[in-house]
Design a protein around this ligand. Sequence first.
Ligand SMILES: NC(=O)c1ccc[n+]([C@@H]2O[C@H](COP(=O)([O-])OP(=O)(O)OC[C@H]3O[C@@H](n4cnc5c(N)ncnc54)[C@H](O)[C@@H]3O)[C@@H](O)[C@H]2O)c1
Length: 259
Amino acid sequence: MSEIKKTALITGASRGIGYATAIEFLKHGYNVAIIDIFEDRDKVKNELKEYGNVNYVVYDLRKTEGIEDAVKEAIKPFGRLDALVNNASSGAHDYLLGISIERWDSYMDLALKSMFFVSQAASKMMIDCDSKGAIVSLSSLRADRADGTHMLYSVAKAGIAAMTRELAFSLGRYGIRVNAVMPGYVRTEMTEHYITETPGFIDQLYSLQALEKVLDAKDMAKLIYFLASDENTSVTAQCIKADAGIGTVELPAKKAEHA
Ligand SMILES: NC(=O)c1ccc[n+]([C@@H]2O[C@H](COP(=O)([O-])OP(=O)(O)OC[C@H]3O[C@@H](n4cnc5c(N)ncnc54)[C@H](O)[C@@H]3O)[C@@H](O)[C@H]2O)c1
């Protein structure tokens, strides 16, 4: 009997963590369905096709009208769904007094609301095909930290953490595992400016992290794949820091000078 070819749906996979995650799933033999706002679907498909089967749907996740149809269209060629990676979002630097109702709505529509409705649509499909699959969502260390500079981003990422736990308890009876990853600093197009615009940024990072390396999208992709794959038989309802240790450091940071 031939083994079933699994399918992963990844939102926001035209670059960054989502793109690296698409390659990771493809290398493990999955079909990959992508939903992304970036319109040059041929460019992304051509780059990824050497790794396996990709279906790419152009859709703006700031809107929820038609979101279930976009999910259905994305997985249509593959006929089943085994993993969802809720990844698409954008950075946001906002202060309390500057946030209008319109700004709140448009940011939350992408960063939180769409993640919920994509998860809802994906859950129905995983239940229908009895895939006993997994959902992995991109939260952030900022979900449980504050410095007054990222109001909307932090609220959305904390919402994702809460949503993860609720989904895990809603879907556990179907054998579906649900987790979130909380990255620290990961070098992508979204965050490259921290390195290029802040002198000494990497030295400062190393003084706060346990590991003296700049994390990249591939580091996140490996963890996301593990959490979504059948190798993960026990972890659910968790928000896992993937941060080289920065979220655990005792402040003010003065790392031990020797082991
Ligand atoms: N890079 C980091 O340091 C870091 C840290 C913590 C959390 N995260 C989270 O990880 C995820 C990925 O981050 P990244 O650094 O790879 O970001 P990125 O900006 O490089 O990639 C974001 C992807 O989402 C897509 N996207 C953006 N707006 C969209 C929309 N309206 N509709 C559909 N697709 C849209 C983009 O086209 C792109 O493919 C995000 O949720 C981010 O908040 C990243």
